[in-house]
Design a protein around this ligand. Structure first.
Ligand SMILES: O=P(O)(O)OC[C@H]1O[C@H](OP(=O)(O)OP(=O)(O)O)[C@H](O)[C@@H]1O
Length: 217
């Protein structure tokens, strides 16, 4: 499948911002990955505004009804803020945002949710799904608060294998009966760097990684 223009633009931009890098990285799961996506690199005004526009573009092409955009602590937080900002700027859609604290606050307003109350239909945003721990935790938080998750948008699907012969993202879609929309996936990155040339060693390492942690094609 060919790369859509917005996917090409996103990959180019993420590489330029050093959010998408190639090398040797140990992930939270303990897996040693030949590439890494770090949304924390979108750490200035222009990048903050731009990242949300990519999420809003994805949302413009799906039919989802939600009143709150929920970001998972920590890196999902600026993504949620940037996404609601872009929805307002680009589409004149005014939705609330909310995010969790990793540690519950027992003084002042208390609790572990900051921003709009988690109720009604909620869209979850995060940067990446690898083995799915963070997104499952997010779904648990949303449900425990009595809200209804209606979909998930992430920037990158690493296409890692779930418990069967499907990816973690596909497994989450099935288990929770929810759409998971992504800006790009690993196949898109491979296609882009193959076309660019100069990434031959990284492509070999990515193929090895996919043979271990990806699904059979
Ligand atoms: O699918 P997973 O294996 O859970 O990996 C992906 C998650 O891991 C990272 O966050 P992390 O949990 O490191 O927290 P942070 O946002 O505070 O950095 C990343 O931002 C995702 O949320």
């Amino acid at each position: 499948m060919s790369l859509e223009l917005y996917q090409r633009k996103f990959i180019e931009w993420a590489i330029e911002q050093k959010a998408l890098t190639f090398g040797t990285y140990t992930l939270k799961s303990g897996r040693v990955s030949p590439y890494f996506y770090d949304a924390a690199k979108f750490n200035k005004g222009s990048a903050f505004v731009t990242v949300g526009q990519f999420y809003a573009d994805v949302l413009q092409n799906v039919e989802l009804n939600y009143e709150v955009v929920f970001g998972s602590a920590y890196k999902g937080i600026p993504i949620a803020l940037s996404t609601v900002n872009a929805l307002m700027e680009k589409c004149n859609i005014d939705v609330a945002y909310s995010f969790n604290r990793k540690e519950k606050k027992i003084h002042g307003e208390g609790g572990n949710i900051v921003g709009a109350p988690l109720k009604g239909n909620v869209l979850i945003v995060d940067d990446v799904i690898s083995v799915g721990t963070a997104i499952r935790e997010c779904l648990k938080i949303v449900k425990e608060n009595g809200a209804n998750p209606v979909g998930i948008v992430i920037a990158l699907d690493r296409q890692e294998k779930g418990t069967g012969e499907i990816t973690v993202v596909q497994q989450i879609e099935q288990e929770y009966n929810l759409p998971v929309k992504t800006i790009i996936n690993l196949d898109n990155i491979v296609q882009y760097i193959t076309e660019c040339g100069g990434y031959e060693e990284h492509l070999i390492m990515i193929e090895k990684y996919q043979n271990i942690y990806g699904v059979k094609k």
